[in-house]
Design a binder for this molecule. Structure first.
Ligand SMILES: [Zn+2]
Length: 309
């Protein structure tokens, strides 16, 4: 099985350790209400090299076009570090866009056409035609207004391309509404990837979603604010005990420079290989289970996308 990266098709078997929800580069557009910046190429390259040296192979970048993504930088950083980096199309929350951005008044047909073009021909900022791999949906917990229209578009693009739809969720708010909405539109749960859901550590709900086939992204392992010992580690343990280990992706989501070592922050990308993986070993997991949690579960799903020839 192969999956699309910004530097070409890569083999799923070569994935050893992935950040299943990562941020490699964010250059916020002029006029955006909320500006998160991750845009020092030299520091980013050093941090990515640390990640790679410690065993990291792959990063699923989660910043869509026009609200911070620069696919040319993703290509440059992938080439400089040897990492497999995937990019996303789709849309994030409105606050990350300049006011009046066309997506926020587009029809579903117009938005779907743009998403499909990015997934098949190439992302808009790449003139050499580098395709995106996933479709992001910025979901705040309600399916209405323009978000609903853009979700219709994401479903259409997912149907046409087989690409995984990955969701920003607001701490898991109303995620139970997502599988029915997308199933009605021909998208199976196995194509849905719900991120940040460990901030709502409701075991019963997680088990139900996993049993339905959805992939759940957990990313609070190194965020004291969310009390990881009490929440995500216990949730993970319960989910593994329930046999749901194929439906979880262990991620970092370090979208702020203050969390990158090379800008003087903590804990840095290296925390995934240096702390999280060893901790998983202490739980008695086999290497293949760890590889699934930290890479294969996400990347196998990404490989469902139709290859672009
Ligand atoms: Zn993120």
């Amino acid at each position: 099985m192969r999956f699309q990266t910004v530097t070409g098709l890569a083999s799923v078997e070569d994935v050893r350790l992935a950040d299943g929800h990562g941020h490699v580069w964010i250059q916020p557009p002029e006029g955006a209400e909320v500006r998160l910046e991750l845009n020092h190429p030299e520091l980013i390259e050093l941090e990515l090299k640390d990640f790679s040296r410690a065993g990291g192979t792959t990063i699923v970048d989660c910043q869509p076009g026009d609200c911070g993504r620069d696919a040319r930088m993703l290509v440059r950083l992938a080439n400089a570090t040897g990492l497999q980096i995937t990019a996303t199309t789709g849309f994030h929350q409105r606050k990350y866009y300049p006011t009046g951005h066309w997506l926020w008044s587009a029809t579903a047909t117009e938005a779907a056409k743009y998403f499909v073009r990015e997934l098949t021909v190439g992302m808009q900022e790449t003139d050499n035609g580098v395709p995106a791999t996933t479709i992001k949906v910025g979901y705040e917990g309600s399916i209405e207004g323009q978000t609903r229209i853009l979700m219709e578009a994401a479903a259409e693009a997912g149907r046409q391309t087989g690409a995984v739809i990955l969701f920003h969720t607001e701490q898991g708010k109303n995620i139970e509404a997502l599988p029915p909405f997308f199933e009605e539109r021909g998208i199976p749960p196995s194509q849905l990837y719900l991120c940040h859901v460990d901030k709502r550590p409701d075991f019963g709900l997680h088990r139900e979603l996993a049993q339905a086939g959805v992939l759940l992204g957990y990313d609070t392992f190194v965020r004291p604010k969310y009390k990881p010992e009490k929440n995500v580690w216990r949730l993970l343990e319960a989910m593994l005990a329930a046999g749901m280990g194929d439906h979880i992706a262990v991620c970092l989501d370090l979208a702020l420079f203050s969390m990158w070592k090379h800008d003087g922050g903590e804990p840095g990308l290296v925390t995934l290989p240096a702390h999280i993986v060893p901790r998983l070993r202490t739980m008695g997991l086999e290497e293949i289970e760890i590889r699934k949690l930290t890479g294969l579960n996400v990347i196998r799903r990404l490989a469902q996308k139709k290859e672009v020839l």
